[in-house]
Every structure is written in C-alpha cells, then in structure tokens.
Design a protein around this ligand. Sequence first.
Ligand code: ARG
Length: 458
Amino acid sequence: MSQKTWGGRFTGGTDQRVEQFTESITVDKRLYRYDILASQAHATMLSEVGLLTLPEAVQIVAALETIGDEIEAGKMDYSIALEDIHTHIEQALIARLGDVGRKLHTGRSRNDQVVTDVKLWVRAAIDRTDELLVELQKAFVGSAVRDQHVILPGYTHLQRAQPVLAAHYYLAYVEKFQRDRERLADCRKRANVLSLGTAALAGSSLPIDRESVRIKLGFDSVARNSLDVSSDRDFLVEFVFDLSMIAIHLSGWAEEWAIWSTTEFNFIELPDAFCTGSSIMPHKKNPDVLELTRGKTGRVIGALQQLMILLKGLPLAYNRDLQEDKAALFDAFDTVEGCLSVAAPLVAQTKLRRDVLAARIEDGFLDATTLMESLIARGVPMRTAHEAVGALVKRAEDGRGRLVDLPVSAFEAVAPGGGEAVRASLGVANAIAAFRSYGSTAPTEVAQQLAAWQDRLA
Ligand code: ARG
C-alpha cells in the first residue's frame, strides 16, 4: 500500500524525480515541535466533540510526545517519499497506533496544519528576537552609563557636525532597536491568530471546536475566513520585514564602528575576541564581525524580496508555491539571530579611546552651530547669523586655527558689546552645555533619557 497520504486516487508510484523536486522535509523538519503541539491540541479537541474517544485521544497525545522525543534524539528516518514533516509525524503515529493513528487527520488538512505550525514557530522566533534585542539594548545602555559624559563628534555626511554626548550616541541605537521591538510585537498580533480548523480551504462539515484549539495553543483569536487564512502568509512577510529592518540598523552601526576602528579614526578599541587577523600581515586586526554583520544584511533583505515575489499573483487558496516560504523565513531568522548574538557582547566589550577623542574633539568646528545660535539669541536674524559664522569659520580655516583662535574684534563685529562673552562661550564643552531642547544631547536631557532606559530595561 502506498505510504502517500493521498494514495487512494492514484495508481502506481510517484516519479522519483518528482519526489525529489517536491519534497520539503529537508527544510520543514525543524517545525516538528510545533507540528506535534498542534496535533496534540487537535486530537484532544476531537475527543471533546466526540470524533475520537477519550482513550484514543490520550493514546495519540502520548504517542506524539514519544515521536517528538525520538525526533529530538535524532531517531527519525527521514524520507523524501513522505514529503514533509506533517506526513512524517502522521505516518510515525500510524505505525505505532494503527487505525487510531489514522483518525488524527480528521477535520483538518495540511493546508491549515502547515500555516498553524509556522505561526507557532514565528511566535517563538519573535520572542527570541525580542530577547536578543533587549540584550543588545542593555549593552548600549551599559556603554552609555560608562561613557555618559564623554564628548563625541556627531556627523552628518560623515563630516564633523556638532558635538554629542557618548550616552546620547549609544541611546540613539537603543531607540532604533526599540522600534524594531515594537514592530515585532505588532507582527505577533497578526501571527497569533488560529488557522487550524479551516481545513483544506472551506472549513469542515464535522463538529470541530476551533475555540477549544485556540485556547490550547494560546492564540489570541480564531481566523474568521477559512479561504483567507489557509493562504495567508502576510505575517511572514511582516516578520521578515521586521528582521530586515533590524539587519539594516545593525549594518549601519557595523559600518560606523568599522570606520571608527580604522587608524584614521581610531575612536574605538574592538575586543580581540571579536576580531580576526591576517594570514600574511602580522599587524592586522580586522573587524570581521562588523563586516559580516553588514554583509549578511543583504541575505535578509533578499529573503524579504523572495517572499514578496513568491506571494504576488497567487490565487486563493493554498498553492504549492507556498511551500517555498520556509527556506527564506528560516534563513532570515537564523541570520539575524546570529548577528544579534555577537552584537551584544561586542558592544559591551568595545571601549572608546577617550584620549584620542579628546585630543581631536576641538577639530572640525563642532561649536560653529552653537555660536550661530548664540548670535540668534542676541537678536541677530538667523540667516545673517549663519552667514556671519560661515565667514568666521572661513577666516579661522584660512589661518589654520579654530574659532576660539580668532581675535575678540571678529566676534565684536557680529555681536556688538558681546564679543568677549561670545568668544568665551566657544569650544565643545560649552556647546554641549548650551543645548536645551527636548530630545537633544543636553546633559540633563541625556541623563533623564538614560535613567528612563535603565528603568525600562530593568
Ligand atoms: N509540504 C506542504 C507545504 O509545506 C504541505 C502542504 C501540502 N498541501 C497540499 N495540498 N499539497 O506547503
């Protein structure tokens, strides 16, 4: 007798090349835990509504548990002839329980089964990603506490712009990863809707109780439209988008620190344990972790594209194309999980080179914008102040000096009666102290934000 779950309709076997071409077991076997959980909930429900006897359900639940343990122990014989993890587990059950095992698939289809398993997997993957994001946020907050008052050059266009407190800098990343966490939480809502019980596409004529299964599997609600949900992979695209956004954030940070670790910048010292050397150049210490983080982002974004292109143009309801979703999903998650796992300890162990930063912090006219604002505060129209400071910068640059090296008369010309005071307010420390707006790098603002983050992440 054919081992195929759909053997009745067919005469003769499937072409070996077709089995090879259509199998998904090599990819979806990692869903086994969730497949077993969902089947156990389903079997229990079937006994509640009289489609199985209680002893039958008890037998099925126990046998599924054993099958799960065996898979865990590496004892499952996988065969492409059985196509996917759902069939493998069902066949293992039938091998154990005979006719009782043959009742499990009552009132369900692989179409609702597979999307239920994937939703359970995504739910756990979201929780794991969130956990790793929290660790990364904590690492940045730890650095913010350690370097709270260190002044860094802030850049736009990778040109020196205005000074910022190191704590402000680190917290910028904490905010980005917080938005990523919020996106994940939002995606989780749509993933956490029960699909099981929609059966093939139209529902079932049997008295199944979907609410009972929902409760057992911890879903928030039951999908309302069977036709919709058996083909719904929106949550998957959303999740991989969220992963892409995380990867994009990580890659920007990685690029920045790769630059900061160069001899030219020399702002940070990366931990040896997170760098590698060169097989020929003895002096090299390369930021490979940062580079790979940057590089792997392409893979994650690629997976997102793959999924969107996979879904476009699919008619309702289940189409076999959908089987292709899991390879992209798993790879995107594994990649981001890998990146996040090394990012947190790397951040925690990287030190700012405070001496190098301090020695160069007065370079690059970081105080020019604050000077302009001080003129505005004295009543000079903004555009006039901008032009005047621009001219002062040009003059200082021509003399290879800083703004503070210009004579008092230069400031007196733009701030009559206040030249001395204006000149005395130059320099990055004064510039930092002058900030006051909400969300700025003002020391009091930063201290408040830092305390709030310490609270939130405690
Ligand atoms: N291996 C399939 C998948 O992962 C299971 C669903 C198959 N359903 C079907 N009607 N052939 O998508």
